[in-house]
Design a protein around this ligand. Structure first.
Ligand code: G3H
Ligand code: ZN
Length: 286
């Protein structure tokens, strides 16, 4: 059934586990994530990034409808989340399209502007009944240093600043920069677990780990034990899908029916979803 992200994250945090949130791009991603969650018997979040909407010719509805339909017929709770939203126009489409939550990403801005934009987004989101996540990791920039990429090596979320940011913006969850980076195709990230512990101690809202594709199993399990309650995974599904399709086409050079290689790619994603949720210690669906 269709669930809400806020409910799934709250339950995961209470159980000291984490809910996995997978980025969906194609219909095969939607089917694979739901199939993997069903076979593991755990709830899951389907998330659509602003970049994925751009890929769909700027339209949110087609992929949203597919995700809502998959969630409604799923044997496990499935929530829809709009990810890395920078556009206010897209933010305003979330509720009507069936999303229960958004991640509003103004982390590229200096602190004061990030806070102001996020506070405005949170007020709007809450008026719609949406759960909202934001990101704080631009440690550079506010002291006159050139702005760092939010996930560049060296960029970290400061616990004191994070506490003030959450209190002043009113967001429901915070994405933290603790050594994680987006779009890693190898699982070699080393997380700063001491910083994560300090962040968890400083904040009452659940913490979100982005860029989880690049995080090794032991590090992921430790991050969940350290207070991460939502784990975002995107690239790993594409690595699995594309690798499987590449291997299939190499051994089947005459193949032309797209169902032949898409089904191979989809099965590889199902296996990747199962692997991730097992590492997270995700509890069986209620
Ligand atoms: O918001 C999406 C996630 O942070 C995905 O990151 O593609 O590196 O796994 P990833
Ligand atoms: Zn992310």
């Amino acid at each position: 059934p269709l669930a809400t992200t806020g409910d799934l994250v709250t339950r995961a945090a209470a159980a000291r586990s984490a809910v996995a949130a997978f980025n969906i791009i194609t219909l095969e991603h939607v089917e694979a994530v739901v199939a993997g969650a069903e076979s593991a018997g755990v709830p899951v979040v389907l998330q659509v990034s602003e970049n994925a909407v751009k890929f769909r010719y700027g339209r949110l509805r087609p992929i949203a409808r597919a995700a809502v339909a998959a969630a409604e017929r799923s044997a496990v709770p499935v929530a829809l989340h709009l990810d890395h939203v920078q556009s206010d126009d897209l933010l305003r489409q979330a509720s009507d399209a069936g999303f229960s939550s958004v991640m509003y990403d103004a982390s590229r801005l200096p602190y004061a502007e990030n806070l102001a934009a996020t506070r405005a987004a949170a007020e709007w989101a809450h008026a719609q009944g949406l759960w909202i996540e934001a990101e704080l990791g631009e440690i550079g920039g506010k002291h006159g240093h050139p702005p760092l990429d939010a996930h560049a090596p060296g960029a970290r979320t400061d616990p004191g600043e994070a506490h003030a940011f959450v209190a002043d913006s009113g967001v429901d969850a915070l994405a933290v920069a603790v050594g994680n980076a987006h779009a890693m195709t190898e699982r070699t990230a080393a997380l700063d677990h001491d910083l994560l512990k300090r962040l968890a101690g400083a904040l009452e809202v659940p913490l979100v780990l982005h860029g989880s594709s690049g995080v090794p199993d032991e590090e992921l399990a430790a991050a969940v034990a350290g207070g991460i309650a939502k784990v975002n995974v995107g690239t790993a599904l594409n690595v699995a899908m594309t690798g499987a399709i590449r291997a299939f086409l190499a051994t089947h050079p005459q193949a032309v029916d797209s169902r032949k290689y898409l089904s191979v790619g989809r099965e590889a994603m199902v296996a990747e979803v199962e692997r991730f949720v097992a590492v997270l210690g995700a509890r069986p669906a209620p």
